[in-house]
Design a protein around this ligand. Structure first.
Ligand code: SER
Length: 889
C-alpha cells in the first residue's frame, strides 16, 4: 500500500467518526521553545492547555502533521526506523472521548479489513504497552479489545509517559507495537526488543501539565489540565514500511527512489555493505527533510534552524562523496524527492525552482569549503607529524570545524588515513563550550537574560492586547515589572525595568519591524520606553528607563507611542513591501523574502537569489518602487483565515497555523499582497521617496538590498546633490560633465607622476657619481659611509647603493647608506663587492651591528642587507663602529 493511500485511509477513518480534518501546520511555528514542530499535537497545544477553545464542531480533530526531529540524527540509517522528517497521523479529542475511545479507534483502523477502509494488520502480531499503574488502560485492552494479557506490558516514565520535552501538556500513554518476527530479534515483546517489535502508534492520555525540567525526563507535574484529552500519533512511514514489506523506513515508496538516484550518481550499490547502506539511507532521509525545511522557508545558516538545515545538506553531500560521487549531486536528489512528495504536498510544485536554488547553492559553497579544508587539514597533519606527535589537537580540529566549516567526521577520517588520531574529547569540550555560549547569547540578546520562566504567568493568563493599529496612546494597567529575570513590585528613578501591561499601543519587534519607542506617564512618573519585544506571540515586554518618579505594580498609566518614530517605521515597512513586489517583477518569482529589517528611514531586505543584481536591475527596482509610491495606492489590511489568504494569493505563509486568523496587507491589488502584522502607511504616497543604497551577498544564495525611505531618502539625495555641485564648482565644470572632467584630471595626474619619477631617477644617478669621492681606505677596503638627505626612501637607498657598489668594480668595497625617511623611520643599507665578500665581509652582520646604534633591526645576504631603525642620531657612532670592525678584519 502506497504511503499516499495510508494517509487517505487514516483521515477517512476519523472523518467518518466525526473528526474535523485539519491540514498540517508549517514545520515552523512561533513557539520560542521549539525549533520545529515535532509532534502532531503541537499546533493544538493551546486547546489542551485550555487557553483557547477548540474551533472544531465535535471537539475532535484529525491531522497528518509534518514533523522534524533531529535529536536522534546519528541514529539515521543505522536503525530501521529513525527519520528526521516524518508524518505523524493523529486524532485528537479535546475533553470528548478518552482512553476507551482512543484505544477503540486505533484498533479498528489498524486491524480493520482493507475492504472496510482499515489497514488490515494481523491482530495476532500486535502488542501494547501501558504506563505502570494504568490499570484502566490495561483493562480496556484486555477486556474490551481482547488483547491477551501476555501481550500487554507495563513500562515506566521513560517509555510510557509522554511530554513535549519542554513545559506543556503531558500524560501517561499506551503504545501499539507490531511484531516483525523472529528474524528481527528476541522474543519477549517491546519491553525486550524495540527493533523486532516496532512501535507504530502512541496514544497519549493528555491530562496533566508539566513544568520546567530536562528534555528527556525529569520534571515537575504542575497539575491537572482543565479537561481530559486525547492526543495520538501514528508513524505513517513506519506503517508504510510494514505494509510495503520493506526492511526499513528508508526503503518505502517515498524514499527508495532517492536511494536509486544515489546508486546512479555514485556508482555504488545498495544492499551490499552495511557502512555504505547507512550512507544511502542518510542521503534519502536528509534529502527529504532538507527539501521540506526549505519548502517551509528555512535557508542554510550558522545558527538555529538554518544550522540544522545546513548540517543535513552537508551530510548528504558528504555521504555521496564517500560513496564515490565526484560531481554535484544535490539537484538530482532534490528532484527525486520532490517528485515523490508532491502528490501529498502540491505546494512543492510552485516552489521547485527555489528549493533547487537554495539546496544547490549550499552544495557549491560546501564543495569549496571541502577543498580548502582539505588543504588546511594537510598542513595541520604535517605539522603534527613534524613535531613528532600522532594526535591532532582538539583545538585544531575545532578551528577546522568552527572557522572553516570543515566537518569533524571528515577530520577524523582524514586523520585515520594519514595514520593520526584526533583529540576528540578536547574537540567535544570546545564544542560544548561554544554551544552553551551561543545559547545563552541568543536568548540574552532579545530578553536581556536567558531564563524565560518569569514571563510564564502572564503568557498564560494575561496575554497583551495590542491596540496600536488604531491608537497611538492608551490608558493601561501595569500587570508586571521584571528586572534581571525577576518579577518585582516597584521600580525607581534611574532604574531599567521591563513593564508588562494589560493592553498597549506600542508595536513589539516582529516581522522585521523594530519595536516602537515611546513614553509611559503616570502623575509625576515618567518612563522612556526604549524597545518593545514579544514573548511568543502573546506577551509584550516594554523595556524602559524610569526617568522620574517611581512605578508600582497595579498602577494605571498612560502610554504614548513616539509618533515620529512610528511614522518613520510605517514608511520603511510599507516601502519594504513595495520593494519586494518590484523585485519579483524584475527578477521573477524565485526571489523570495529571506528576512528584513525596518526602522524609521531605513530598511533592508534579504531574499533568495543566486546572482548579483546589475545596475540596470537595481535602477528598475527603484523605479517601479517609486512609481508605486507615486500612484498613491490605498494600503488595505484584511483580517481573514489562512485558507482565504492563500486563495487571495498572499505571500509568505511561514510560521502560520491552521485556524489562525491572519492579516493580509494589500497594496494595489495583485501588485503586493503579503501576510504581515506590521504597521503601515494608509496610502503609498505617504512613504515619500525610496532610494536603493546597495545590493550585496550575505551568505550562500541570499542577497541583501538596503534602502532609505521618506525624509532620510530625501536627505540622502540632497547630500549627494550638494556633493556633486560642490565638486562641479571646484572643478569649474557643469555637473553633467563631472565624470569626463575627473577622467581628464586623473589622466593628467598619472602622466605627471610618471614625469616626476623619471626626473627623480635621473637626479639620483647624477648625484651618485659625486658620492664615490667620499670613500676612505681602511685596512685595504674602500669604505663609503654616507647619510643621504632627509626624505630619502628605503627604495632610493637600495638604488643608490647598488649603483655605488657597481662603480667600485673590482675593488674591495663596502657601501653603507642611511637616511631619515621623513615618516619617523631611519632606513639603512649595506652592500659589499665580491672581493670584499671574499675577504670575509658579511653585509647581514654589519647591518645588525649598525642596527644596534639606531634601535633598529634588519638582515639580508652577504652582498646586500637592509634594515630600519628609529634613532637616526645614532648613525654616526654606528658608522665609526663599522669602520673599526672592518679595520680589524
Ligand atoms: N504526542 C505523541 C507523540 O508524539 C502522540 O501524538 O508521540
Amino acid at each position: 500500500m502506497q504511503t499516499h493511500e495510508i494517509r487517505e485511509r487514516f483521515t477517512n477513518h476519523f472523518v467518518r467518526s466525526g473528526h474535523e480534518a485539519v491540514p498540517s501546520a508549517s514545520l515552523i511555528l512561533d513557539d520560542p521553545n521549539l525549533l520545529f514542530v515535532n509532534a502532531g499535537m503541537v499546533p493544538f497545544k493551546p486547546y489542551f492547555l485550555g487557553q483557547e477553545t477548540p474551533p472544531f464542531a465535535n471537539g475532535t480533530a484529525t491531522s497528518i502533521q509534518k514533523c522534524v526531529r533531529t535529536l536522534d540524527i546519528d541514529e539515521v540509517g543505522i536503525t530501521t526506523r529513525h527519520n528526521t522528517f516524518f508524518q505523524m497521523a493523529g486524532n485528537f479529542s479535546f475533553g470528548q472521548y478518552f482512553k476507551e475511545g482512543a484505544i477503540t479507534h486505533a484498533w479498528t483502523l489498524l486491524t480493520g479489513s482493507l475492504a472496510e477502509g482499515g489497514l488490515g494488520l494481523d491482530p495476532e502480531r500486535l502488542w501494547v504497552t501501558v504506563y505502570l499503574d494504568d490499570d484502566e488502560a490495561a483493562e480496556i485492552w484486555e477486556k474490551k479489545i481482547g488483547v491477551p494479557a501476555e501481550r500487554i506490558q507495563r513500562l515506566g516514565m521513560e517509555d510510557n509517559y509522554w511530554h513535549m520535552g519542554v513545559p506543556g501538556p503531558c500524560g501517561p500513554c499506551s503504545e501499539i507495537y507490531f511484531d516483525r518476527g523472529p528474524a528481527y530479534g528476541k522474543e519477549g515483546g517491546p519491553a525486550v526488543d524495540d527493533n523486532r517489535y516496532m512501535e507504530i502508534w502512541n496514544l497519549v492520555f493528555m491530562e496533566k501539565e508539566r513544568g520546567e525540567g530536562t528534555a528527556k525526563g525529569e520534571f515537575e507535574i504542575l497539575g491537572d489540565l482543565p479537561k481530559k484529552n486525547i492526543d495520538t500519533g501514528m508513524g505513517v512511514e513506519r506503517v508504510a514500511c510494514l505494509l510495503q514489506g520493506v526492511e526499513n523506513v528508508y526503503e518505502t515508496d517515498l524514499l527508495r527512489p532517492v536511494i536509486d538516484t544515489a546508486e546512479k550518481l555514485t556508482g555504488a550499490t545498495y544492499g551490499k555493505d552495511n557502512t555504505a547502506d547507512i550512507r544511502f539511507r542518510v542521503i534519502a532521509d536528509h534529502s527529504r527533510t532538507g527539501m521540506m525545511l526549505i519548502l517551509d522557508g528555512v535557508t542554510p545558516g550558522n545558527e538555529g534552524r538554518g544550522y540544522i538545515l545546513r548540517r543535513l545538506l552537508r551530510r548528504i553531500i558528504r555521504s555521496a562523496r564517500l560513496l564515490g560521487a565526484t560531481a554535484e549531486t544535490m539537484q538530482q536528489f532534490m528532484n527525486t524527492i520532490m517528485d515523490t512528495m508532491t502528490p501529498s504536498y502540491p505546494e512543492i510544485a510552485e516552489n521547485r525552482e527555489r528549493i533547487l536554488n537554495v539546496a544547490t547553492n549550499e552544495e557549491k559553497a560546501f564543495l569549496r569549503t571541502l577543498e580548502s579544508g582539505t588543504q588546511l587539514f594537510e598542513q595541520a597533519a604535517s605539522s603534527v607529524k613534524q613535531s613528532g606527535s600522532t594526535t591532532v589537537a582538539g583545538d585544531q580540529a575545532f578551528a577546522l570545524h568552527d572557522t572553516y566549516g570543515f566537518p569533524i567526521d571528515l577530520t577524523l577520517e582524514m586523520a585515520a588515513e594519514s595514520g593520526l588520531e584526533v583529540d576528540i574529547e578536547g574537540f567535544e569540550s570546545l564544542m560544548a563550550e561554544q554551544k552553551a555560549r551561543a545559547k545563552a547569547d541568543n536568548q540574552a540578546k532579545k530578553h536581556g537574560h536567558a531564563d524565560l520562566s518569569v514571563y510564564r504567568q502572564w503568557v498564560d493568563e494575561h496575554p497583551t492586547e495590542f491596540l496600536g493599529y488604531e491608537a497611538l496612546s492608551s490608558q493601561s494597567k501595569v500587570l508586571g515589572l521584571v528586572r534581571n529575570g525577576e518579577s518585582i513590585n516597584e521600580a525607581h528613578a534611574g532604574e531599567e525595568v521591563e513593564v508588562i501591561l494589560d493592553h498597549t499601543p506600542m508595536y513589539a519587534e516582529s516581522g522585521g519591524q523594530l519595536g516602537d519607542r515611546g513614553q509611559l506617564v503616570s502623575g509625576d512618573t515618567l518612563l522612556n520606553i526604549n524597545d518593545v519585544q514579544k514573548i511568543g506571540k502573546k506577551l509584550w515586554i516594554h523595556k524602559a528607563t524610569v526617568a522620574s518618579g517611581g512605578l508600582d505594580l497595579g498602577s494605571e498609566v498612560t502610554v504614548n507611542v513616539d509618533g515620529k518614530w512610528r511614522h518613520g517605521a510605517r514608511q520603511a515597512h510599507t516601502a519594504t513591501h513595495l520593494i519586494h513586489a518590484a523585485l519579483r517583477q524584475v527578477l521573477g518569482p524565485t526571489a523570495v523574502q529571506a528576512g528584513s529589517l525596518n526602522r524609521p528611514g531605513y530598511l533592508r531586505f534579504d531574499f533568495n537569489f543566486t546572482e548579483g543584481l546589475s545596475p540596470a536591475q537595481m535602477e528598475q527596482i527603484e523605479l517601479i518602487t517609486n512609481q508605486a509610491v507615486d500612484t498613491d495606492w490605498a494600503v488595505n489590511t484584511i483580517e481573514t483565515s489562512l485558507e482565504e489568504a492563500r486563495k487571495m494569493g498572499a505571500m509568505a505563509l511561514f510560521g502560520e497555523n491552521y485556524g489562525d486568523s491572519v492579516r493580509v496587507v494589500e497594496i494595489g491589488g495583485p501588485f503586493s499582497m503579503e501576510l504581515c502584522g506590521g504597521t503601515h502607511v494608509t496610502h503609498s504616497s505617504q512613504i515619500g521617496p525610496v532610494t536603493l543604497l546597495s545590493e550585496a551577498s550575505v551568505g550562500s544564495g541570499v542577497r541583501r538590498i538596503e534602502a532609505y525611505s521618506g525624509m532620510d531618502s530625501f536627505q540622502f539625495l540632497s547630500r549627494e546633490a550638494a556633493l556633486a555641485s560642490g565638486l562641479a564648482s571646484s572643478l569649474k565644470t557643469p555637473t553633467v560633465d563631472l565624470p569626463e572632467r575627473v577622467r581628464q584630471l586623473t589622466d593628467k595626474l598619472k602622466a605627471a607622476e610618471r614625469e616626476i619619477e623619471n626626473l627623480h631617477k635621473a637626479q639620483l644617478a647624477a648625484n651618485t657619481s659625486k658620492l664615490l669621492d667620499q670613500g676612505v681606505e681602511i685596512n685595504g677596503f674602500t669604505v663609503l659611509t654616507i647619510q643621504l638627505p632627509k626624505g630619502t626612501s628605503a627604495g632610493d637607498l637600495r638604488t643608490v647603493a647598488t649603483d655605488l657598489r657597481g662603480r667600485l668594480g673590482e675593488r674591495e668595497g663596502i657601501v653603507v647608506l642611511a637616511a631619515e625617511d621623513g615618516q619617523g623611520k631611519a632606513p639603512f643599507i649595506i652592500g659589499a663587492t665580491k672581493s670584499a665578500i671574499a675577504r670575509g665581509v658579511k653585509s647581514g652582520d654589519l647591518v645588525k651591528l649598525l642596527g644596534g646604534y639606531v634601535d633598529g633591526r634588519g638582515g639580508g645576504k652577504p652582498d646586500m642587507a637592509q634594515g630600519s631603525g628609529s634613532k637616526p642620531e645614532g648613525f654616526n657612532a654606528g658608522f665609526e663602529a663599522l669602520k673599526s670592525e672592518l679595520a680589524q678584519l
